[in-house]
Write a protein that binds this ligand. Structure first.
Ligand SMILES: *Cc1c(COP(=O)(O)O)cnc(C)c1O
Length: 400
């Protein structure tokens, strides 16, 4: 039985909760940096499932690890121990330099867990439970995580949980003004993803770290999008040489399999008592096997170096393009987490690219977001850069 893109698009429309404004495209197959839709058209994927498929679609080593583990043991409860979970915890400790690991099923769940641990720590030390987040941040879609985020995600879902405050990103006086005895934690993305690829300022982050240390406030880095090699280091924090008290992960961790985690210092983690937090699926052997395989592929294929090298090349190409195209306003990012800010909305460019067989994304209205797999071939990147330049010329003509 084969379907067309349009048929599946219409069926989806009549069955699925109408919350995703989807493109009329249905995908059937992925391999590395390439995708194929149900009609057989091939695409270069510059979105990688929104910064998820860092080792490429269906990496053979991840596939093999998941197949093997699925045949042996998929799930037991967290009342018991498994080798894949022990190994993954060890690995995450080693690469993060933090002490305690908790494995989850998604980014939002990692952030929820991180905020709970921070509150427990704060209450143990006589502080309130308030959590300060940044404007333009994104931490997920649960009630607790939308309380930290942008107003557009809160509308219609009131009452929004209380105990949250938001300040302008990279603005130290604004942050200082809202910190009080009630502050339990400050949460930020070292490189904001959904907010338009905005890296944190180094001196700001250093100051935030100092304030948190002095006052016993937990500093949470949300590395759900910028972690797992995306920026050319294991974590974006490694570019800054600054250690958080808690770090959240997900997206790239499982190479396409849904798995997240939060890791914290022993100082924070020791505030947790038996029964304080839990999960049914989180950390099951199948999820852990996918993550272990993904992390070892990143090491074996030198994907941190690859991301650094390719990211520099792509940003350089856009800098050259900027000199010729007034439509490019700014180029931001680290490694293969790249934002090209345009003077116009980015969606028409994304649509034009899609017709040419390139999947990209528009975020924060005018930002073209490029987050391909870290092992994408240079030839693909060259093609993409060429096509984007052509699209900019075409959309410019349309606007005139
Ligand atoms: C995607 C994202 C989340 C939410 O992850 P989900 O798996 O969708 O719950 C949280 N934080 C950041 C920085 C993200 O990019």
């Amino acid at each position: 039985m084969s379907y067309t893109n349009e048929e599946l698009y219409q069926q989806d429309k009549s069955n699925y909760l109408p919350t995703f404004k989807r493109f009329p495209l249905a995908f059937a197959k992925g391999k590395g940096s390439r995708l194929w839709d149900v009609e057989g058209k091939e695409y270069i994927d510059m979105l990688a499932g929104i910064a998820v498929c860092n080792v490429g679609h269906s990496h053979p080593k991840v596939v093999a690890a998941v197949q093997k583990q699925a045949a042996e043991l998929m799930h037991i409860s967290n009342f018991f121990v498994t080798l894949p979970q022990v190994e993954l915890s060890k690995k995450l400790k080693e690469i993060s330099g933090l002490d305690h690991v908790f494995i989850t099923n998604s980014g939002a769940e990692s952030v929820e867990g991180a905020m709970k641990v921070a509150r427990k720590f704060a209450h143990k030390h006589g502080r309130g439970g308030e959590i300060i987040s940044m404007a333009k941040s994104f931490h997920g879609r649960t009630l607790g995580t939308i309380a930290t985020g942008q107003a557009k995600y809160q509308q219609g879902f009131e009452p929004i949980p209380t105990g949250f405050k938001q300040v302008e990103f990279n603005n130290l006086p604004a942050l200082k003004e809202v910190i009080s005895k009630d502050t339990a934690a400050i949460i930020l993305e070292p490189v904001q993803g959904e907010g338009g690829i905005n890296p944190v300022d180094k001196s700001y982050l250093k100051n935030v770290r100092e304030i948190c240390t002095e006052q016993g406030i937990a500093l949470i880095f949300d590395e759900v999008q910028c972690g797992i090699g995306r920026t050319g280091k294991w974590f974006a924090k490694d570019h800054y040489g600054i250690q958080p008290d808690i770090m959240t992960l997900a997206k790239g961790l499982g190479g396409g399999f849904p798995v997240g985690a939060f890791v914290c210092s022993s100082k924070i983690g020791d505030a947790i008592d038996y029964g304080d937090h839990g999960t049914t699926f989180g950390g099951n052997p199948l999820a852990c096997a996918s993550a272990l395989a993904t992390l070892s592929v990143i090491e074996e294929e030198n994907l941190l170096e690859e991301a650094t090298k390719k990211g520099e090349w792509v940003r350089g190409e856009f800098e050259n393009m900027k000199a010729k195209h007034g439509e490019i306003k700014d180029i931001r990012g680290l490694g293969l987490m790249i934002g090209v800010e345009l003077t116009e909305p980015a969606l028409p460019v994304v649509k034009l690219l899609l017709e040419k067989g390139i999947i990209a994304n528009a975020t924060a209205d005018k930002v073209l977001r490029l987050v391909p797999s870290l092992n994408i071939p240079m030839e693909d990147l060259k093609k993409v850069v060429e096509e984007i330049e052509k699209c900019l010329s075409e959309t410019m003509i349309e606007h005139e």
